[in-house]
Design a protein around this ligand. Structure first.
Ligand code: SF4
Ligand code: SF4
Length: 274
């Protein structure tokens, strides 16, 4: 299907995408499975249904219509290697244990047709991606299309989860007087690496969010001020706190030392005792 014909079909009132199961998968010699595609198709059907809810002008559906496997045409037979060195399993391990017995590698001659990739119609691909991009930007998408992340109050904002995220879905942010962690759901692949890495068990990832998608969200934030003595950022416990805990400790120690070693004066007439 070209992008134009697909767009035309989807704009029809009874537009429908049909996935046909020919029953070949269960007979696959490298591992039969009646429906290896079911998870992907289920997800696709759910997503299309969700998109449909947010867009009235298109009717996107997935109709599952498998053919009778008894009548299904068998797949073409897999090519069987008829040339090349024959080696039993025992012979292979014996050769690996004693490399001197290994036969010199035989030259492999590849034909250009074996290595040349199939030509891809890049224009058609770009057209499809543009169309999908337009669809996603114009529609109010349901948040259930993307994973959801939450952070409990037990979070100590050590940002371990941000460093563990392989896609950049979790990011730190810093503004004038607050900083924290943001989550961009479309980038999340729900791998769970952030939740696994979190030392306090505060991070949770669920497969789908509720409501409508509204862009990146702030998961966790903290207020900070800059210490008036050492210029380091710290989270104050009260609004009038201007000195960071480390500098505060220094001040307390200095005051204590001053109180211990300052010259003590006692009036004994005109005599001063030190
Ligand atoms: S969610 Fe966990 S890993 Fe992420 S900042 Fe909070 S405590 Fe650290
Ligand atoms: S689940 Fe994976 S991709 Fe999503 S935010 Fe966590 S680490 Fe990043």
């Amino acid at each position: 299907l070209s992008a134009d014909s697909l767009r035309q079909r989807l704009s029809a009132p009874e537009a429908c995408v049909t996935i046909v199961d020919r029953g070949w998968c269960v007979t696959c010699p490298i591992g039969g499975d009646a429906a290896p595609w079911s998870a992907v198709v289920g997800r696709l059907a759910r997503d299309l249904e969700l998109v449909e809810r947010g867009r009235d002008e298109h009717r996107l559906r997935v109709a599952h219509a498998p053919l009778d496997t008894a009548k299904a045409e068998p797949p073409p037979a897999a090519p069987v290697a008829t040339s090349g060195p024959q080696l039993s399993r025992r012979g292979l391990f014996a050769a690996l244990a004693n490399p001197k017995t290994l036969r010199p590698p035989q030259a492999v001659h590849l034909r250009q047709a074996d290595v040349a990739p199939e030509p891809v119609d890049a224009t058609a691909l770009i057209e499809r991606f543009d169309w999908l991009k337009g669809l996603s930007s114009s529609a109010v998408l349901p948040a259930a299309l993307f994973p959801a992340a939450t952070i409990a109050d037990t979070c100590c904002i050590n940002r371990v989860c941000v460093r563990a995220c392989p896609t950049g879905a979790l990011q730190t942010f810093a503004e004038t007087s607050r900083k924290g962690i943001m989550f961009d759901a479309p980038l999340c692949i729900a791998c769970g690496a952030c939740a696994q890495a979190c030392p306090t068990g505060s991070m949770s990832i669920s497969p789908a969010a509720a409501g409508l998608f509204s862009g990146p969200v702030v998961l966790r934030e903290e207020r900070f001020v800059t210490c008036s003595r050492c210029a380091a950022d710290f989270t104050p416990n009260s609004d009038d706190e201007e000195v960071c805990p480390a500098c505060h400790k220094d001040v307390d120690v200095a005051r204590l030392g001053h109180a211990l070693f300052r010259p003590r004066t006692a009036a004994r007439g005109d005599e001063t005792v030190t």
